[in-house]
Design a binder for this molecule. Structure first.
Ligand code: C2E
Ligand code: MG
Ligand code: MG
Ligand code: MG
Length: 286
């Protein structure tokens, strides 16, 4: 009986594997079409100054409007785009699109620093056009200081010469750098010294427990203190409650991002939000 079950189990596993591979191939096919047909859109999530509660920054977060499946999360398609180098093309769309939004913010007299997520592949690939971004900004009369480049600790693991020099170059050009998902990877502290970081983003999993767990609170406080001693500012991610906001404010956290303040929204809604501050009476936009 055991043997039979084992075989069935194996056959089941095999079928599951085949299905997963087929789904992946289909998704990849759709992803190539999505690039051609421009099915991507940037959403924007305000980042607030914790003390004044002004929406002084925003993070650009990509969304894929799939014709049949609705909105597909970046957590699903970004890894696939990275494995296939398609992220290079998508990454160019993200940057160009964020530049257009920055122009609109400026026309409306809003001073906002826009954060964009940049994949390690965009740093490591020799086909990446990351190095031309500054030229694009010059053409549009935008400044590198109006943008934050969010990278993850994964970037620095086994980083090659090209990655390190591109990081230095962007920083020299004036782009601000943020270390995303801080505290979840390896050797965060060593990398902080190695690169010219401006911000660390405390990961949501530390923020989640901050109001109930003394350990999580202690960890957040320690990260904030350390960052400040190194001359860095801190952005806490995934703040969902007033209790979390209060704890982080008391701990000296500089900026907050999360559903408590505002969710990611399409560009038009975000611009309306900045113009009217219609979302939440505890939020200020100017
Ligand atoms: P991330 O850069 O750490 O972005 C923060 C994620 O947390 C976003 O998920 C955001 O919608 C979500 N979030 C913000 N506040 C809250 C909250 O209060 N509660 C909860 N539950 N979630 C919150 P999203 O947009 O699904 O993006 C997931 C990840 O996909 C991002 O994590 C980032 O690593 C990647 N990603 C998103 N957009 C881009 C992009 O344009 N380029 C690249 N390379 N990666 C991207
Ligand atoms: Mg991010
Ligand atoms: Mg700098
Ligand atoms: Mg994050």
């Amino acid at each position: 009986l055991a043997k039979k079950q084992g075989r069935n189990g194996f056959a089941f596993f095999d079928a599951q594997m085949r299905q997963a591979t087929e789904q992946r191939m289909q998704l990849l096919k759709d992803l190539r079409i999505a690039i051609q047909k421009q099915q991507f859109e940037l959403y924007f999530q305000p980042i607030v100054d914790m003390a004044s509660q002004k929406a002084v920054k925003a993070e650009a977060l990509i969304r894929w409007q799939h014709p049949g499946k609705g909105i597909i999360s970046p957590a699903v398609f970004i890894p696939l785009a990275e494995e296939t180098q398609l992220i290079l093309e998508i990454g160019e769309f993200i940057f160009a699109s964020a530049c257009r939004t920055q122009k609109k913010l400026m026309s409306a007299k809003h001073q906002v620093q826009l954060s964009i997520n940049v994949s390690p592949i965009q740093f490591s690939s020799k086909h990446s056009r990351l190095v031309d971004w500054k030229t694009h900004l010059d053409e549009l009369s935008l400044n590198a200081e109006q943008f934050v480049i969010e990278i993850t600790e994964g970037l620095m693991m086994n980083a090659q010469q090209r990655t390190q020099s591109r990081l230095n170059q962007l920083s020299k050009q004036g782009f601000a750098l943020a270390l995303d998902d801080f505290g979840t990877g390896y050797s965060s502290l060593a990398y902080l010294k190695q690169m010219d970081t401006d911000f660390i983003k405390i990961d949501k999993r530390f923020v989640d427990g901050i109001a109930d767990s003394a350990d999580d609170l202690a960890l957040c406080e320690a990260m904030i203190m350390m960052a400040h001693q190194l001359g860095l500012k801190v952005i806490a991610e995934g703040i969902e409650t007033e209790a979390q906001h209060k704890q982080l404010l008391a701990a000296g956290c500089d900026y907050g991002q999360g559903y408590y303040y505002a969710k990611p929204m399409p560009e038009k809604v975000y611009l309306d939000f900045m113009n009217n501050a219609t979302y939440g009476d505890h939020l200020q936009t100017d």
